[in-house]
Design a protein around this ligand. Structure first.
Ligand SMILES: Cc1cc2nc3c(=O)[nH]c(=O)nc-3n(C[C@H](O)[C@H](O)[C@H](O)COP(=O)(O)O)c2cc1C
Length: 190
């Protein structure tokens, strides 16, 4: 990650006696995820650095988008990808019911789009986009885009796992935007 990241120790988890309360000995914390340890659990998950995507969909009332870092490849043949949408999001139902949508991997100079679509999913005034063959909004110049048709939607706790079959894929030159420990950054070689 770039110098924009706050540097903390790596997350190396050794077997320890589990507790329901977060405990901290020698800088190491072990706990059972639950209501009292939600903040610690979020911190543990934040140790896993990810890329950042913006998922778009065309509704009856215009385009919507959501910033998401839960994106993952599922299968190469057939080409399946997933992302997870939180039930608590006001945009959840629109994405969970969507037949077509597009997933865009953000470049490091598209931080403004990631920030914008985390807050204002219906406002496309800041984005260049064109409709694809299925009428879905495809953002210009993302690092990669995956134009999808719904394959499956699985309930999973407080999220839906949305699996898409990739109909079309584009790749552009550039470097990816990354997200780790609640902060955005970039990639640098070791
Ligand atoms: C870096 C980043 C990654 C995110 N990843 C996800 C995600 O994978 N799934 C999700 O449901 N929300 C994710 N969010 C939150 C949504 O982008 C959005 O902020 C949230 O849905 C807001 O709720 P609303 O739709 O009710 O306005 C992410 C936000 C940020 C900043």
């Amino acid at each position: 990650m770039s110098g924009r990241e706050s540097v903390q120790s790596d997350c190396i988890v050794a077997p320890r006696q589990e507790t329901t309360e977060a405990s901290d000995l020698s800088g190491e914390t072990t706990f059972v995820p639950g209501p009292e340890t939600e903040a610690e659990y979020r911190r543990a998950l934040g140790c896993f650095g990810t890329g950042v995507t913006v998922v778009t969909h065309m509704t009856e009332n215009g385009p919507i988008a959501m910033t998401a870092n839960s994106f993952a490849s599922v299968s190469l043949d057939p080409p399946l990808v997933l992302w997870c949408a939180a039930y608590r999001s006001r945009r959840h139902a629109l994405f969970a019911q969507a037949r077509h949508y597009a997933i865009h991997v953000m470049r490091d100079d598209q931080l403004h789009l990631a920030r914008h679509f985390a807050r204002r999913g219906h406002d496309f005034s800041v984005a260049d986009w064109t409709p694809n063959a299925e009428g879905q909004p495809v953002l210009s110049d993302s690092l990669a885009s995956f134009e999808c048709v719904r394959d499956a939607v699985h309930p999973a706790g407080d999220h839906s796992i949305i699996v898409g079959h990739v109909l079309r894929c584009s790749v552009h030159p550039g470097s990816g935007l990354l997200f780790k420990r609640g902060q955005y950054g970039g990639f640098s070689d070791l």
